[in-house]
Ligand binder design. Sequence first.
Ligand code: GLV
Ligand code: MG
Length: 320
Amino acid sequence: MSNKVLRPRRSSLAVPGSSVKMLDKARGLKSDQLFMDLEDAVAPLAKADARKNIVQALNEGGYEDKIRAVRVNDWTTQWTYTDVIEIVEGAGANLDCIMLPKVQTADQIVALDLLLTQLERTNGLEVGRLGIEAQIENAMGLININAIAAASPRIESIIFGPADFMASINMKSLVVGEQPPGYDTGDAYHHILMSILMAARAYNKQAIDGPYLGIKDLEGFRRVAGRSAALGFDGKWALHPDQIELANEVFSPKQEDYDHAEMILDAYDWATSSAGGAKGAVMLGDEMIDEASRKMALVVSAKGRAAGMKRTQTFTPPEA
Ligand code: GLV
Ligand code: MG
């Protein structure tokens, strides 16, 4: 299991590598991550130029406040190795991650890991610094997900690719992120989301929800993002600047939950200390808290702290 401390990825902005204008505009946007795309947002004939645009943009800089990733083409195409070599040789020092789409087996991660190691060595880059983000977009990827998550310490996130996934399993819907018409019970994506989340949590990776294509429907985005956030996902893609702020909000704790988590941690710390009577289960207001409550509070407090939140309540120990 990797012990890498991962930076927040509440919002991950997708930008086509073929658009110099959009690559440029992304500099001023407040997404936690930016990924420059060489895959499905770039036409086959535009891929060679897109590689050059991306290398130039990364080297010009201005993205350092974000996680900088490039999505290469998947291993079943003819483009993957050239994508990786050109991007890492050209701009490896100004890049944080390679995103690999349509991952189906652990071997595909190992292949990318080996290629990255050679590139880091020959280009004087720190070996192992470049991360991998794995997109799960078909049935084969999902049934191998646990092995994929464990395949390399470079893996930082496991990402749900709903559009390709829906197509690959013959789901009868064209509206990405929404329930397929006719399925009127439960959530058609629950099994996929939970499988991704379990693999991510088992191997200390981030779980990321993919795109919501209705870029004008911000309420729809909030609803769908809210579902994966409620399960415990770490973030979601943004296809448009308007989706960034919403994702940052939905994947940060609410202020009252953040305050509550910090209060639980303080109260529990105090109660378990000798000054507090070295107790294992105590009351905070009307609530009984114990070691499991502390673990739950740690999750919320870590997300809030990573998002730069400030607490608005302080804990005062009760009079002895
Ligand atoms: C993203 O790549 C998707 O297929 O949804
Ligand atoms: Mg896809």
